[in-house]
Every structure is written in structure tokens, then in C-alpha cells.
Design a protein around this ligand. Structure first.
Ligand code: PEP
Length: 252
């Protein structure tokens, strides 16, 4: 039985004061609730340490939105896995489509980042997904296969067990246009079958595969009711505590 996981990716939103307010609201909404769903919050780097302090004593986990694969050195502006661990991160988003498209991250870079995260005991949320053009040209499954195989290259099954996969169709991210539950389920099933063929039934059955792309309280229930969808990676709707909590409640 896989646990449902709902993660909030704040992207480049919320300075320190706004982060403190949002975390406080989320914590207040969760008082007295005993949800089975795992909640992960991924604020910007500048709010990680404070968020970690505010989350002490709660069951909410902390994640970062990115990291670099080198340990230390002359990489101006970059953050290492160890630095993220030192401010309480347990998770890190890797391969988000905004990193792939705006910052030109390749499958090879993403593979190096996944390896570095795992070597430092950070659990990656590994994002994959096709663009609209790729979907319209019937390339969705080719793209998903390529991103998954290249991203996981040289990783052993025991390492992959620590990875959460997020299927995020690029055309659904931040657009308000979510994949239909059938479209999302079809790709999640494809990912699960691929994990079985390339690795094992155990890995396929136990890997958490989140859906991401315009998840909102109105569509969360139907999406997360699909048999192969194990939660959500949420962007826009996680910036308001009430909509984020409603999505967590849908996962329940
Ligand atoms: C995301 O940033 O991963 C995301 C899915 O964003 P949104 O929910 O806004 O589409």
C-alpha cells in the first residue's frame, strides 16, 4: 500500500515574512488533524532554515526546489546537497520542467543531481513530463521513457527506492489546464510498467508517482483517485493555505 504524498512547490514566491505567515497558517489548519497523507513543503532557499525551525514538532517535511551536484567549490550561486541537509531538508525537487526549459538542464545534469542527492541521503522528487508539442506529435511515451531512463542511469534499485517520481506534463504547469484523470493515469501506468520492465515488480509497486500540473481543490480528488496516482506536486494552489489543505484532504 503506497502512502499518498502532497508536496507544495512555492517556486520563487514568498520572502521570509511571507513564508513565516504561510507556514503558520498551514500549521494552524493542521492542528488536531491526523492525516495519513505525507506533506512536504518546498520554499525558496532563503526560507528553508526558518521554515525548518517552524516545522519542528509537526509531521510536515521540508524540501528544497533545486541543488547542484558538486559538493563544494567555485560554483557561484549554487547550493549543495550537504547545505540543504544542514538546514533540515529531507527532500529536493530535481528536474522540474522550469529548470529544464529556463535553465537548460539536461537529462545528464539531472542524473548527476539525482546521484548527488542520494549520496547525501536527500530524497529526490524527480520530475518528468512532455511538452504540448511532444504530446501533439504522439511523443509523450518516448519522452517519458527517455527522461526516466537517462535520469536514473547507473542508479541501483535500492537507491531508486528513495526517489519520488512526479509526472508533470509541461503544458499543464501553471497554465490552469490540468491533464484529465485518464490522461494522467495513462502516463502513470506507463511509468509503473516501465519500472517493472527495467527493474522489478517490487519497485514498480512501491514507487510513489505524484501528478503535477494545475492541481487545485476542484480537480485534486478525481486525479488522486486514479489507481496509479499517489499524490500531487502542487505549484500555484500551494501558495494559499486553504487550497493547499483542501488538496491534502482530497488525498485522504
Ligand atoms: C509545479 O510547479 O510543479 C506545478 C505543478 O505548478 P502548478 O500547480 O502551478 O501547475
Amino acid at each position: 500500500m503506497r502512502t499518498k504524498i502532497v508536496a507544495g512547490n512555492w517556486k520563487m514566491n514568498n520572502d521570509l515574512n511571507a513564508s513565516i505567515s504561510l507556514i503558520s497558517e498551514i500549521k494552524n489548519s493542521l492542528i488536531g488533524k491526523n492525516y495519513k497523507t505525507k506533506i512536504i513543503i518546498c520554499p525558496p532557499f532563503t526560507s528553508l532554515e526558518t521554515t525548518n525551525a517552524l516545522l519542528k514538532g509537526t509531521s510536515i517535511s521540508l524540501g528544497a526546489q533545486n541543488m547542484y551536484y558538486e559538493e563544494s567549490g567555485a560554483y557561484t550561486g549554487e547550493i549543495s546537497a550537504k547545505m540543504l541537509i544542514s538546514v533540515g531538508c529531507e527532500f529536493v525537487i530535481i528536474g522540474h520542467s522550469e529548470r529544464r526549459t529556463i535553465f537548460k538542464e539536461s537529462d545528464e545534469t539531472i542524473n548527476l543531481k539525482l546521484k548527488a542527492a542520494l549520496a547525501n541521503n536527500l530524497k529526490p522528487i524527480f520530475c518528468i513530463g512532455e511538452t504540448l508539442e511532444e504530446r501533439e506529435n504522439d511523443k509523450t511515451f518516448d519522452v517519458i521513457r527517455r527522461q526516466l531512463i537517462a535520469g536514473l542511469k547507473d542508479l541501483g534499485e535500492s537507491e531508486i527506492q528513495s526517489i519520488i517520481i512526479a509526472y508533470e506534463p509541461v503544458w499543464a504547469i501553471g497554465t490552469g489546464k490540468n491533464a484529465t484523470p485518464n490522461q494522467a493515469q495513462e502516463v502513470h501506468k506507463f511509468i509503473r510498467d516501465l519500472l517493472q520492465r527495467e527493474y522489478s515488480t517490487y519497485l514498480s509497486d512501491n514507487t510513489i508517482i505524484q501528478y503535477g500540473g494545475s492541481v487545485k481543490p476542484e480537480n485534486a480528488n478525481e486525479l488522486m483517485s486514479q489507481p496509479d496516482i499517489d499524490g500531487a506536486l502542487v505549484g500555484g494552489a500551494c501558495l494559499k493555505s486553504d487550497s493547499f489543505i483542501k488538496i491534502v484532504e482530497s488525498a485522504e
